[in-house]
Design a protein around this ligand. Structure first.
Ligand SMILES: [Zn+2]
Length: 226
């Protein structure tokens, strides 16, 4: 099963690195702070999952306790809608789950022979991700606000600091993994989808994972120098 190799390579740190690289300000993170952002976001995700598991037995129970509704949106949004998966709407106190996106993901995984990623499992993983965001808002604060800001530019005495917002997603994915006791990282679902839907091929995926590995290693190399 060729997909197994992808799942095995998608470890927590590599997927955290992938998430950080999607941040608008990734390039502004000093090399020797990359580990900090990865480790701390993972820690927040894990702690939040552990606390939640002591208090609740299901994601639905968390939502109920926090007075947040779960809504299934069954509308068609065209080709681009796969980007809409789940969304926590703070004002409406609702998590919206996108039925057709989940369906498309399920079809893509079937294409690859991955039977365990069925509709219910995908739904739960995406819901868990959003539940973390709601816990951030209602209880623990946004992960990116709890972590250091990075300096975006320096012009003489002028400095501007911004948070690394993608750290919230690093936390959300670890939360989902721990709370649902998954043996694989939730972010790998994105890559398997792209592969199963024929948007990228396996070689491209492996190249990308190689690149992530290299970036992680480089960030460690610099530790001893700086
Ligand atoms: Zn998210």
């Amino acid at each position: 099963m060729p997909y197994k190799m992808i799942i095995e390579r998608a470890n927590d740190r590599l997927m955290a690195m992938a998430e950080l690289m999607e941040d608008n300000y990734f390039k502004k993170i000093p090399n020797n702070r990359i580990d900090y952002f990865i480790d701390e976001s993972i820690k927040i995700g894990l702690e939040t999952a552990q606390n939640s598991m002591e208090r609740y037995s299901s994601l639905e129970e968390i939502c109920e306790d926090k007075k947040v509704k779960i809504e299934l949106d069954t509308a068609e949004y065209g080709f681009e809608m796969i980007k809409l998966r789940g969304k926590y709407n703070e004002e409406k106190e609702t998590i919206i789950m996108y039925h057709n996106s989940i369906k498309r993901m399920e079809i893509a995984y079937k294409e690859l022979g991955i039977d365990f990623l069925n509709y219910d499992t995908i739904y739960k993983i995406l819901l868990a991700h959003e539940v973390f965001h709601l816990i951030e808002v209602k209880e623990i604060g946004n992960t990116y606000e709890r972590l250091e800001d990075v300096n975006i530019f320096k012009l003489g005495p002028l400095k501007k600091f911004y948070p690394i917002v993608k750290t919230s997603d690093v936390g959300a994915n670890i939360f989902a993994k721990k709370f649902l006791n998954l043996s694989y990282h939730p972010k790998v679902l994105n890559y398997l989808y792209l592969w199963g839907a024929g948007i990228i091929d396996k070689d491209k995926l492996i190249d990308y994972f190689d690149e992530l590995d290299k970036k992680l290693n480089e960030s460690h190399l610099n530790d001893s120098v700086e």
